[in-house]
Design a protein around this ligand. Structure first.
Ligand code: SF4
Length: 356
């Protein structure tokens, strides 16, 4: 990977000198500007950041003013940019810079990394762009460009791959690391786009292995699965007179408009379930724990526990059934026989473990 990457810096830097966009933090790369702009640019497009950046540095022109900024005023400056923890971390980091670094943003990668809100990419960007340090700054754009240049099929979402790319770039980057890092990012942002890269305009076409193989559209590989959120839920199979309670799910969201057995967030204990039933006016004859089950959605995993509740009430005396759901405005319970459950109502697979 390394030798191959050594060849890219000359054509890349020549292209960058000719084509780089003029941006306020690029034209005046003082450390404070580089830092504020990099934080603003996380998850946010350059065009959206521009007006915010200008307003921000006009109001809070340096680390000292940011550290002393009024929280309300700071949030107002950030309003509309989203991800507000970024602004809170900026201020926290500014306070640390005032206390520990005498008001000067550190030059050292590890010291930068220790500041709130600064990860490896941002630390690399500040150290190289503002201070000329020879360290890489690897963001999603850079990972994509490198994966294509080297035709690598390593999963770019893995930390290991990111570190390998950092190491390869650190070993092959020219002296002017700040320009080189910006050029890589700029190439990713303007030319080597995620979909339909503009290879014919790319200064690195002749050096690009993915282009030579015709695999640029398949790269980079992002194989890592998104972490699933684990959600414990308690399903109630409520039986009365040989019928079972079901309810219709909301029109939007997960399993929209399908039928379900009443279920509650969290793993409820017997006493909690009995108390809930009592509050709902249901007189419980027996409550038997059912087997645990799991259901996996794309981003969520339900860990289900179940209770078979037999009611003593005759039909007429059941009231306020919906308070089972803690008073949330849900459609009323419907009572269905076993046969109706299998033939009329669509109960999603997620609840099949509790089918009578
Ligand atoms: S040739 Fe195409 S795929 Fe390769 S680096 Fe350039 S734009 Fe990206």
């Amino acid at each position: 990977m390394m030798n191959h990457l050594k060849k890219i810096s000359n054509p890349l830097l020549a292209w960058f000198r000719a084509r780089a966009r003029s941006l306020p933090w690029r034209d005046d790369p003082r450390p404070y500007y580089v830092w504020v702009s990099e934080i603003m640019l996380q998850q946010t497009r350059v065009a959206a950041v521009m007006p915010y950046f200008s307003r921000f540095v006009a109001e809070l022109p340096d680390v000292a003013s940011l550290a002393a900024a009024d929280d309300e005023a700071l949030m107002k400056l950030w309003e509309g940019l989203g991800y507000y923890s970024r602004a809170r971390n900026l201020k926290k980091a500014a306070e640390v810079v005032m206390e520990k670094h005498g008001g000067t943003i550190p030059r050292d990668f590890d010291e930068l990394l220790a500041l709130p809100g600064i990860g490896r990419y941002t630390a690399g960007a500040i150290a190289s762009i503002a201070y000329g340090k020879r360290v890489p700054a690897v963001d999603g754009n850079v990972l994509r460009v490198v994966a294509r240049l080297t035709a690598s099929r390593e999963d770019v979402l893995r930390e290991k791959t990111k570190r390998e790319v950092e190491d390869a770039l650190a070993a092959s980057m020219p002296k002017d690391a700040g320009q080189f890092n910006q050029a890589m990012m700029e190439l990713g942002a303007l030319v080597c786009l995620p979909r339909n890269p503009h290879c014919e305009e790319c200064p690195l076409t002749a050096l690009c292995r993915a282009r030579a193989e015709g695999t640029e559209a398949e790269l980079p590989v992002k194989a890592a699965k998104k972490e699933r959120r684990i959600e414990p839920r308690t399903v109630l199979l409520i039986e009365r007179d040989g019928k079972f309670a079901i309810a219709k799910r909301p029109k939007r969201g997960l399993l929209a408009s399908l039928w379900e057995f009443p279920n509650l967030a969290g793993e409820k204990k017997r006493a909690e379930i009995l108390a809930l039933c009592k509050n709902a006016g249901l007189s419980v004859q027996s409550a038997r724990r059912m087997k645990a089950a799991r259901h996996i959605f794309t981003h969520i995993e339900w860990r289900l526990s179940g209770w078979h509740i037999r009611l003593a009430n005759p039909v007429e005396s059941v009231r306020e059934e919906n308070s089972l759901y803690g008073g949330s405005p849900l459609p009323p319970l419907t009572w269905a026989t076993q046969e109706e459950l299998s033939e009329i109502y669509s109960i999603p697979t997620a609840f099949h473990a509790y089918m009578p």
